[in-house]
Write a protein that binds this ligand. Sequence first.
Ligand code: HEM
Length: 262
Amino acid sequence: MNNAISTSNNSFTATLQDLIEYPTSGILSKVLLKDKNSQYSLFCLAAGTEIDQHTSTRNAFITVVEGTGNLNLEGKDITLTPGVFVFMPANAPHAVQAQENLAFVLALSEKASVKDGISQETINIVKSTAPVIKKYGQQITTRMYEIMFETYPEVKAQFDMSAQANGKQPTKLANAVYGYATHIDDLEGLKTMIDKIAHRHVQTHVLPEQYPIVGECLLKAIKDVLGDAATKEVITAWTEAYQLLAEVFIKREQQIYQTVGH
Ligand code: HEM
């Protein structure tokens, strides 16, 4: 039997009926195709199999190839028969029961963006810290670079260290963080700033995996400088907000890296 698993993004055709293979009980799944954003699998459930209620952090759809069953999606029962297509948004609780042998394709799409999940409460907390960020921004970013260069000395090579010493880089970062605090719900308004920084990041070979480092050091610096004013709520909100900003930069930088052919 052809296993029909493709690991590349090349065109790929499969006749699903030929791939269907039921276990005597439970589930047999085959990954048809997987890339860094999506995954397409064929699921074959033996009659009587139940998948307990669960959630996924990714948007997904299923499309039934053969058999019958029931999908409970957010408390609503949907009859599964060949040809039925169901879209399941990220985080929606769902459970499956196979009445007969049941085969369906499950597609998991790109991971949900932080932006989709950022709450109004987080936005409010971040915005409420804007005056404090304005006042202590330079101190926070100076401390953040201190922590970063001490903990991760390997990143020093990417920075112009004279711009650190004369405070120019901490000032730029402080302005960017303040701009973000005031515009977290209006990223369009920050487009010019984000673009300029992203280009500089590409010039200095900043990579996606470095964002957690800056995030960790920035949050530590916020705690150090603000002390008790950095409440648990403030730290939680800024952790989430930083992830969103990092995601925005990473996406933009990915586009620039592609156009400049890195
Ligand atoms: C959301 C997080 C970040 C923000 C808000 C931010 C902000 C900035 C700003 C405002 C500049 C100055 C741009 C200019 O000169 O016009 C800059 C430059 C730079 N950033 Fe970031 N950055 C972030 C993440 C990172 C990360 C993860 C790295 C990786 C270590 C990084 C490394 C650099 C470097 C190497 C420069 C150039 C500095 C120089 O010219 O000496 N940044 N960034």
